[in-house]
Design a protein around this ligand. Structure first.
Ligand SMILES: Cc1cc2nc3c(=O)[nH]c(=O)nc-3n(C[C@H](O)[C@H](O)[C@H](O)COP(=O)(O)OP(=O)(O)OC[C@H]3O[C@@H](n4cnc5c(N)ncnc54)[C@H](O)[C@@H]3O)c2cc1C
Length: 270
């Protein structure tokens, strides 16, 4: 069956240039049940206009072909009427320039199947959780935190998030509020281009891998994270994921697979 624009963009928040949060509501159908950490598919035809912020494409190449991509859901499954997505613009990309051109009220394709194994299902109770992300790799964690964060007295949840600039740190206010209300929740952002900041950045500088190397997770948790008490989730840039897996493997952590459980869980965006 040909794809139809079966959903409506009901909300569009510009986090920074090239970074948006959108909410998409099915038009006349119900969302299926889904779990935090999973992704849905968004799509538009190649005839849809591109944002002016993106690289142009020759208009005569459009054929009406549908472009579809996976996006992690950042809203909680408790929100039954819409899905929220946190999307970065790939200027040369096929789909994101078209999504960025949408405004509230515009139509989009939303796949009816929600899938993915990057959930907390394979994290046994009683473990600390370290959620490591780059850019929009924060999206699945927002869903998990909004839906499943429990504030334990002695178990820690640490979010390590890398971005280029402080203004690219989406959901920052919400994460800081969570930290304020839960003593064992820790939000540690890091930026890689401090020289471009408008005012001096007093936080961490470098990449998320550096935060691990600097012992910031151990400091937040009040002790070294160990494979027998901590699970680590990695999401976003494949380079970061590979770098983290290498470090973690050196400390005895194992990447989980369908066959064998492990303490490392990864979702690569490309
Ligand atoms: C399971 C899964 C979940 C995903 N969730 C998200 C999400 O929540 N938010 C999101 O923005 N993207 C997400 N992506 C990436 C998304 O599916 C698209 O690949 C991305 O939006 C680019 O699409 P495009 O058509 O504009 O670019 P394409 O024409 O497909 O170009 C692809 C190239 O864009 C670059 N790229 C892809 N994704 C990113 C990114 N996030 N940041 C920087 N560069 C990128 C890579 O160089 C890649 O080779 C996810 C991917 C997967 C597999």
């Amino acid at each position: 069956m040909p794809a139809t624009l079966n959903a409506i963009v009901t909300h569009r928040i510009e986090v920074a240039s090239g970074l948006i949060i959108i909410r998409v509501t099915p038009d006349g159908w119900e969302l299926p049940a889904w779990e935090s950490g999973q992704f849905a598919v968004l799509g538009l035809p190649d005839t849809a206009p591109r944002t002016m912020l993106s690289d142009p494409e020759p208009a005569d190449q459009a054929t009406g072909k549908f472009i579809r991509r996976a996006y992690s859901i950042s809203s909680s499954p408790r929100e039954e009427t819409y899905l929220e997505f946190y999307i970065t613009l790939v200027q040369s990309g096929a789909l994101t320039p078209r999504i960025f051109a949408l405004k509230p009220g515009d139509r989009i394709f939303l796949g009816k199947k929600i899938s993915g194994m990057f959930t907390l299902d394979d994290v046994p109770e009683g473990n600390n959780l370290v959620l490591v992300g780059t850019g929009t790799g924060l999206a699945p964690y927002m869903s998990m935190l909004r839906n499943e964060l429990e504030c334990h007295l002695d178990l820690h949840t640490v979010v390590l998030l890398g971005a280029r600039h402080s203004w690219d740190l989406g959901y920052r206010g919400e994460l800081i509020a969570m930290q304020r209300y839960c003593r064992t929740f820790h939000y540690i952002p890091v930026i890689s281009r401090p020289a471009e900041e408008l005012v001096k950045w007093s936080g961490q500088v470098g990449y998320v891998q550096d935060l691990w190397d600097r012992g910031l997770v151990a400091e937040a948790m009040g002790g070294e994270p160990q494979p027998d008490n901590t699970h680590v989730l990695l999401c976003g840039n494949p380079g970061m994921i590979e770098g983290m897996i290498e470090r973690l493997a050196g400390e005895g952590f194992v990447e989980g697979s369908r066959r064998e459980p492990g303490q490392i869980h990864a979702e690569k965006y490309w």
